[in-house]
Design a protein around this ligand. Structure first.
Ligand SMILES: Cc1cc2nc3c(=O)[nH]c(=O)nc-3n(C[C@H](O)[C@H](O)[C@H](O)COP(=O)(O)OP(=O)(O)OC[C@H]3O[C@@H](n4cnc5c(N)ncnc54)[C@H](O)[C@@H]3O)c2cc1C
Length: 409
């Protein structure tokens, strides 16, 4: 049977932060856009809930910040690091020159659902949930469309531009023949939740002690916890049994045995993130562009993946909405997107690789000095210095601002 057909201006594969934000911005600019998302809803395993100040500033520029902040969330204004039995302030976001100088923690499904609802106010926006992009359509060396499986039915979508925002395991980037450069990651992260007691602090912190790295993120009535292991060692840790794992967690946290027994009954409560840091050498080919994790998978260091995905979407809309409106997007236009976003990606990944190799790996190997390193002691002592990491993490390199037009506005 012939597939059903759709003709649109821009088709975006993937309704994560990058795809949903780009869909919203293009729809707002009056461009006909179709987002295809393979899952039927946004509910899924934890994969980062952080909205950084520069992302919140984009939402503010769109006029949605008050509405977003009506959804349940927590705020992080400061981050600390614990080592050798002491706590050191590391980043203080409160002085950033933005409307919301804090990291906001919100379940990713709430955030994506919010963006989708805003985009659906535009009649030229369509989002097909449960729609899996399976192949690309080529014509004379140009990508002119994609084929998707929409609830068991074949769907052919023709578009002036296909954007792959299908995440770190992007199949479309491979189908387009784009080459991936792998930067390597010496760590994996075992994520789980531990309930929060009234008597706990609400400090989001990383703990670095010989042989162990542990992150706990304040989420209101629970802690989102990340136990960092050497690459590939999660299976070994699990092989040693849940009792040994609870003991290792207890050694790095104030969580009592009863709480850990209740919240970590077995390893089904733990999900393993295989950390990857990579990027495409070339993000585009005629008619086709990759953004977000599909163009560059980020390490969890700094929790910046969502932010970079959003910034890519804003830059793409800024640079391409005029071209899409006139119906001519050339490869040179797509190159401008890569040129704009490659530098922030490269610099951020370089910083993540330094932290992975110089701090996390030696700590996990027990090869780090017992005393806190000098930069950490200086940050702990001088509060003004904590504004520097806050700026780097909270705003990122080259923060983007909404410049794409608002149709009729
Ligand atoms: C466990 C974990 C913890 C993380 N923690 C953080 C954090 O604290 N802070 C942070 O900023 N980042 C974090 N990240 C990274 C962050 O989730 C990503 O960087 C960010 O979501 C990237 O956004 P994206 O839109 O590019 O891709 P994704 O969010 O991966 O979205 C891709 C979308 O495409 C869809 N899709 C895939 N293939 C297809 C297809 N063929 N057809 C249609 N749809 C498709 C997927 O279902 C998905 O919805 C974490 C990631 C993981 C896995």
């Amino acid at each position: 049977m012939a597939p059903s057909a759709i003709r649109t201006t821009c088709c975006i594969a993937g309704g994560g932060p990058a795809g949903m934000m780009l869909g919203l911005l293009l729809a707002r600019a009056g461009i006909d856009v179709v987002v295809v998302e393979k899952h039927a809803d946004f509910l899924r395993d934890f994969r980062g809930d952080t909205l950084h100040p520069s992302t919140l500033e984009v939402i503010h520029e769109l006029g949605f910040l008050d509405g977003l902040l009506k959804l349940p969330h927590q705020r992080i204004e400061e981050i600390s690091a614990e080592t050798g039995g002491r706590s050191y302030g590391v980043a203080d976001f409160r002085h950033l020159p933005v409307t919301c100088p804090a990291i906001v923690l919100m379940p990713q499904w709430d955030f994506l659902d919010f963006l989708k609802r805003k985009a659906e106010l535009y009649p030229n926006f369509r989002c097909l949930m449960g729609c899996n992009a399976v192949s690309l359509d080529f014509h004379d060396g140009r990508i002119v469309g994609l084929e998707a499986d929409h609830g068991g039915e074949r769907l052919a979508i023709q578009a002036s531009l296909i954007v792959a925002a299908d995440g770190r395991r992007s199949e479309l980037r491979g189908a387009a023949g784009l080459e991936v450069e792998t930067l390597g990651a010496p760590i994996d992260v075992m994520w789980f939740r531990v309930s929060r007691k009234q008597s706990d602090t609400n400090a989001t912190a990383g703990r670095f002690d010989d042989g162990g790295v542990f992150v706990r993120i304040y989420r209101g009535d629970y802690w989102q916890c990340g136990y960092v292991v050497k690459k590939g060692e999660a299976d070994t840790v699990m092989g040693q049994g849940i009792d040994a794992f609870r003991a290792a967690v207890a050694a790095l946290t104030p969580f009592d045995d009863e709480r850990l027994r209740r919240d970590l009954p077995d390893f089904s409560a733990v999900s393993v993130l295989s950390v990857a840091v990579d990027r495409l050498r070339r993000w585009h080919r005629p008619g086709f562009l990759c953004i977000g994790d599909a163009a560059h998978a980020m390490s969890p260091v700094g929790g910046v993946g969502i932010n970079l995905a959003i910034q890519d979407a804003v830059a793409t809309a800024n640079l391409l909405s005029g071209r899409l409106a006139s119906g001519t997007v050339t490869d040179a236009d797509l190159e401008k997107v890569q040129a704009r976003r490659f530098f922030p990606t490269r610099l951020t990944q370089a910083a993540q690789v330094v932290v992975q190799n110089r701090i996390l790996s030696p700590t996990l190997s027990g090869a780090r000095a017992a005393t806190a390193p000098l930069p950490l002691r200086l940050l702990g002592r001088f509060s003004l210095l904590r504004r520097i990491p806050a700026r780097l993490v909270g705003m990122g390199v080259r923060p983007e601002h909404v410049r794409s037009p608002k149709a009729g506005g």
